[in-house]
Design a protein around this ligand. Structure first.
Ligand SMILES: Cc1cc2nc3c(=O)[nH]c(=O)nc-3n(C[C@H](O)[C@H](O)[C@H](O)COP(=O)(O)OP(=O)(O)OC[C@H]3O[C@@H](n4cnc5c(N)ncnc54)[C@H](O)[C@@H]3O)c2cc1C
Length: 224
């Protein structure tokens, strides 16, 4: 694990409250998809963890929701281009198992970030493993990275995704919660399950998977 400065080089507003922040580091850092950086925020003196959305080892992308009243997320999303903050990296054990098992990814909101990195990494390796991402958000206004998911789908025939909206009906989306996807019929095709999102979603999903006979070893999760 290293502690080093991360310099902000790009900031994009993806939705009304979600930002994509891109940082560079002077050193190359080896990380596993699913891991996170612990940032030390200079103004509030808080430490906040953010999952790596993608990295080539020197350019790091994060997807961060600026919470209403959230001190750390507001501070990091308010950084200006060129500013530096100290991060500790790599951290975390939420990483891909080294198997060929078909994988189901379930993510809500910015829980997307580590799962997206895992999917990109598998795609970059030319993996032939079937992968499905079940993406849960509230409304159409909360959608981000859909063009990117469509790009992956086009280039990688073994990948597919489904978009669940919990609070709105819309074309090409499913009205409901991501955990609605977890039926006996749907999960039979997968050997591993990767969950990331709110503690409530992760708890529900783990409970449903257990009821459906999936073992604890087959389920990996991160909650925030
Ligand atoms: C391993 C890990 C990875 C993570 N990865 C990500 C990621 O990729 N993207 C991401 O967005 N987050 C991620 N998080 C969450 C992140 O670390 C922070 O917890 C999150 O950004 C909230 O921090 P904050 O300081 O903004 O909120 P805090 O200030 O700690 O507030 C916490 C909660 O209290 C509420 N609150 C605070 N003050 C008030 C107030 N005055 N009135 C009403 N409500 C209030 C906030 O709305 C918030 O819901 C991750 C967490 C972990 C543990």
């Amino acid at each position: 694990m290293q502690q080093l400065p991360f310099k902000l080089i790009q900031k994009n507003k993806l939705t009304y409250d979600v930002y994509e922040l891109v940082f560079t580091t002077s050193d190359f850092i080896s990380v596993e998809p699913g891991q996170y950086v612990l940032f030390m925020l200079p103004k509030s003196k808080l430490r906040r963890a953010y999952s790596i959305g993608y990295t080539d080892g020197q350019t790091f992308t994060f997807i961060i929701k600026q919470l209403d009243g959230g001190v750390g997320s507001t501070e990091i999303c308010s950084l200006e281009i060129g500013e530096e903050i100290i991060g500790m990296v790599p951290l975390g054990h939420f990483v891909l198992k080294n198997t060929l098992a078909p994988k189901l990814f379930i993510g809500t909101g910015t829980g997307f970030a580590p799962l997206y990195f895992m999917i990109r990494a598998l795609m970059d390796l030319g993996s032939q493993t079937p992968l499905v991402y079940v993406f849960g958000i509230r409304t159409i206004a909360d959608i981000f990275y859909i063009d990117e998911l469509n790009r992956i789908k086009q280039n990688y025939p073994k990948f597919d995704y489904q978009l669940f909206l919990s609070q709105e009906d819309s074309e090409d989306t499913i009205r409901g919660r991501v955990t609605d996807f977890l039926t006996e019929e749907n999960i039979n095709n997968y050997g591993e399950f990767y969950l990331c999102g709110s503690p409530a979603m992760v708890k529900d999903a783990r409970g449903k998977l257990e009821q459906l006979g999936i073992t604890k070893e087959q389920v990996l999760f991160e909650q925030y």
